[in-house]
Design a protein around this ligand. Structure first.
Ligand SMILES: *[C@@H]1O[C@H](CO)[C@@H](O)[C@H](O)[C@H]1NC(C)=O
Ligand SMILES: *[C@@H]1O[C@H](CO)[C@@H](O)[C@H](O)[C@H]1NC(C)=O
Ligand SMILES: *[C@@H]1O[C@H](CO)[C@@H](O)[C@H](O)[C@H]1NC(C)=O
Ligand SMILES: *[C@@H]1O[C@H](CO)[C@@H](O)[C@H](O)[C@H]1NC(C)=O
Length: 343
């Protein structure tokens, strides 16, 4: 695995059970300040503020305009069918029958790469004929991907994909969009928005030479050996859930613009939902940017019925693709005041 860099989707499930304690200071400054926080509104001119309070830069005529072959130019277009989605970055797109590359000069280190797609009709392109591959340097992030099929499978029009990749010293971060080609059919690639956000060195990456405490290194379930996640690996986010709580928007993350979804659609068992919105977790073992406080202020619990608990469990059902390794991160915080003593 280490010698063969591969894409490892990560599965985030956040379940919260054990109380840390209370902290009284409230703050609105982000706990993590990314060096790069680039948001590009593809197919658009000038800058526009998004619902996330960030200024999205149009790629038309800007430093973020993609490179392409002079006789194989991409086109920009406004979405013709517009259901109620956020205008930025979904209402405009860059589309092409040929490959195009976005070049981002960034500092070395791990980055979140988020790709935003709006499945719609764009003038000059057949909406069901999107099949393409997206590469970032040596990583294939998406292979023969169809945003329209993926959107249909989720029963929505606006979709996004999130990856983590590491950028080495003196390297650009290149994102190349390559339409699937056959002799008989014209397929196209398209993109509505691109986001690059620096991430902490060891938030999800756990390389052997960087991690000090073995307790923070994941293991394969049922096996004792640590599984180091080194910088030659790429990760794809599959689920990021706030157990027992509501969705957390990107502007309410700790500075990394992660979106946290509700878990209730994935919960197969019952469960009690304790909430403690006034709780201020005190971060002693993990950095305070690990997750927003809101993640720790709600939980799913089995409740106190001992007999019932012996016969039941808490179960979430999450569809994933086969052929990958999955990282499962569980967040715990005891929020029920009656469980005060440690242990
Ligand atoms: C890409 O997807 C299309 C449509 O499903 C399929 O016809 C084609 O064979 C796929 N190409 C590759 C290289 O997988
Ligand atoms: C990124 O693309 C540019 C322009 O095509 C190229 O000069 C550069 O070598 C590429 N960098 C990487 C890391 O692939
Ligand atoms: C978060 O942690 C950092 C590093 O330990 C510390 O400097 C900062 O004050 C903390 N912020 C809050 C709001 O606790
Ligand atoms: C969880 O409990 C249900 C019954 O409530 C049972 O059918 C199922 O097998 C249990 N799952 C596990 C993993 O124990």
């Amino acid at each position: 695995m280490k010698s063969h860099p591969m894409l490892t989707p990560i599965l985030y499930v956040c379940c919260l059970f054990f109380l840390l304690s209370y902290l009284t200071i409230a703050t609105s400054t982000p706990l993590y300040n990314p060096v790069e926080n680039i948001v590009v509104n593809c197919g658009s001119l000038g800058s526009l503020k998004g619902n996330d309070d960030r200024v999205w830069i149009g790629d038309k005529g800007s430093k973020f305009a993609p490179t392409e072959e002079p006789n194989h130019k991409s086109k920009t277009s406004e979405a013709q069918s517009q259901v109620s989605v956020e205008a930025v970055p979904y209402m405009t797109a860059r589309l092409s029958y040929w490959q195009f590359t976005y070049v981002f000069p960034v500092t070395p280190g791990p980055k979140f790469v988020r790709l935003y797609f709006y499945s719609a009709v764009y003038s000059g392109f057949e909406s069901s004929k999107d099949f393409f591959t997206v590469k970032a340097g040596s990583f294939t992030l998406l292979r023969n991907f169809s945003a329209s099929i993926y959107a249909d499978s989720l029963d929505r029009k606006d979709i996004y994909k999130e990856f983590c990749i590491n950028v080495d010293e003196n390297q650009e971060l290149n994102l190349t969009f390559i339409p699937f080609t056959t002799t008989s059919m014209n397929y196209h690639a398209f993109i509505n928005g691109i986001e690059i956000v620096s991430m902490p060195m060891d938030l999800y990456y756990k390389p052997q030479d960087v991690i000090k405490g073995e307790e923070f290194v994941p293991v394969f379930v049922g096996q004792p050996n640590p599984f180091y996640i080194d910088y030659s690996m790429a990760l794809e986010m599959v689920y990021r859930l706030n157990a027992g709580g509501s969705a957390i928007q990107v502007q309410d993350d700790t500075g990394m613009s992660r979106k946290w979804s509700e878990d209730r659609d994935y919960m197969l068992s019952g469960g009690f939902v304790p909430r403690n919105p006034s709780l201020k977790p005190k971060y002693t073992k993990i950095p305070n940017y690990t997750a927003p406080d809101a993640v720790y202020q709600s939980a799913i619990s089995m409740g106190r019925d001992r007999t019932k608990n012996m016969q039941s469990n808490l179960t979430w059902g999450l569809l994933v693709d086969t052929g990958f390794n999955y990282l499962v991160r569980l967040h715990f915080c005891e929020i029920e005041p009656r469980y005060m003593p440690v242990g």
